[in-house]
Design a protein around this ligand. Structure first.
Ligand SMILES: Cc1ncc(COP(=O)(O)O)c(C=O)c1O
Length: 433
């Protein structure tokens, strides 16, 4: 095996970083970031045009539906393809003998990126897998306890919370967020009082699901404040940070949450199939080992078992982080919010259209939804999405999740331009006008 190890650059996990670095240097010119503040940079179309050159985007449609997953930048894609070839060629020579070391190195790299300890994380295929393992595995519940979640949480997590009734004999309660109106957008205080009321009126609550940046409307909630309020009532929080990692500048350790699910294939730009479970170290035993794996173990790596998975996707994470860091989360966040504000500032002037997130930069980043007044059905929003795509060449998506009804979500990415947002505004003016 020594020969094989020497032959393959990945033979030693420690060589992974060096190889990724040299590949990035040779396959793509690094991004030349001007010395500007994040908000100055956000409006620098020349700079973002140069960033856009690092992405191979299909022509013919203006894609403003980048919330599903994030496009890989060209150097990341090249590395992923190279690793896919390599893993395919080396096959079990690699997987049986060298994967363990590589796996540990990858965990170290991801832990450093997330600002947490390596024995507090484990890689998964995505945020769904991570959060389902946390919700299903949380073992502090007793029959009759209440578990709380909201309409704006993600569908699979809402299902998992409701399923705890069967699994743990608990009482799941869903609360519905207040809807903003044209006259009164939501404030941070509204959200804090919403959760305060929910906790007060459900005193048996033991577990609360929070979504940092929700996928339906784009609202960012003040997680640390809500989690502190929950903790003071003896309520544990599971945090869904699928949309915030890489889109919003924050640190997991500041969130006051002991259990977090994340993915890296949305805003970090890793290949599809990269997620993370975070559990604060003293709390690991409060999540069952996965489906009976190593009962009694206190290792976080026993909290998930995916079986054989896409090695190359995880091995390309360092390349995605390297590309991500060239821009940095603050610059990404500022640019996405800038593009969002371009269309929202015009859309707010249109009669009959409500923007579903406030403009407060603490409460929104790039992702924002709107609803035409009274247009709440799935059919009508599907038709609107189709009209935007087919008549105006702008791709958005219909969302079915908020209790108040369906809406249309607009999510720019790093390759989008101010011109793309103008195209959307012109379409909305015709539709809403
Ligand atoms: C808020 C939120 N949570 C979780 C997920 C699931 O993420 P994944 O695709 O990594 O399973 C998504 C995906 O869109 C999401 O928007």
């Amino acid at each position: 095996m020594k020969n094989l190890s020497r032959r393959g650059f990945i033979g030693s996990g420690l060589s992974l970083g060096a190889t990724v670095a040299s590949l990035s240097a040779t396959s793509a010119a690094p991004i030349a970031k001007p010395q500007k503040t994040a908000s100055e940079l956000a409006a620098d179309e020349n700079f973002w045009r140069s960033v856009a050159n690092h992405y191979d985007v299909t022509p013919g449609i203006t894609n403003l539906e980048n919330g599903y997953w994030g496009i890989m930048a060209k150097p990341v894609l090249a590395e992923y393809l190279r690793l896919t070839n390599w893993v395919n060629k080396e096959n079990t020579h690699f997987a049986r003998f060298d994967w363990g070391k590589t796996y540990r190195t990858l965990h170290q790299t991801v832990a450093e990126f997330l600002g947490v300890s390596v024995d507090e994380i484990v890689l998964t295929r995505g945020a769904t897998e991570a959060l389902q393992a946390l919700i299903g595995g949380y073992n502090k519940l007793r029959p009759g306890d209440t578990v709380l979640y909201a309409d704006l949480d993600y569908s699979e997590m809402k299902n998992a919370m409701a399923w705890l009734a069967d699994r743990r004999g608990v009482n799941p309660v869903r609360v519905n967020f207040p809807e903003p109106t044209r006259e009164k957008p939501l404030t941070e205080d509204d959200i804090i009082s919403f959760y305060e009321r929910a906790l007060d009126s459900n005193p048996g609550t033991k577990l609360l699901l929070l979504t940092h940046l929700n996928n339906w409307t784009g609202l960012i909630i003040p997680v640390a404040k809500i989690a502190a309020m929950a903790k003071a009532r003896g309520v544990d929080v599971i945090l869904d940070a699928a949309h915030s990692v890489g889109q919003v500048d924050f640190s997991i350790s500041d969130m006051e949450c002991d259990f977090v699910g994340v993915n890296l294939h949305k805003w970090v730009g890793a290949p599809i199939g990269c997620g993370v479970i975070y559990i604060r170290k003293p709390r690991i035993a409060d999540i069952d080992t996965y489906m009976g794996r190593n009962p009694g173990s206190d290792r976080i790596t026993d909290r998930i078992d995916t079986g054989t998975f896409n090695f190359a996707a995880h091995m390309a994470i360092p390349a995605s982080l390297e590309f991500h860091k060239q821009l940095g989360t603050p610059a990404k966040e500022a640019r996405l919010r800038y593009l969002r504000d371009l269309w929202v500032s015009e859309a707010r002037k249109l009669p009959g259209l409500t923007v579903l997130t406030p403009d407060d930069p603490q409460m929104v980043a790039g992702l924002t939804s709107f609803r035409l007044d009274g247009v709440t059905s799935t059919e009508a929003n599907n038709a609107l999405m189709k009209q935007l795509a087919e008549k105006y060449g702008v791709l958005t998506t219909r969302r079915t999740g908020p209790a108040a009804g369906d809406c249309i979500r607009v999510t720019p990415s790093f390759y989008n331009s101010a011109e793309d947002m103008t195209k959307l505004v012109q379409a909305l003016k015709q539709i809403a006008g």
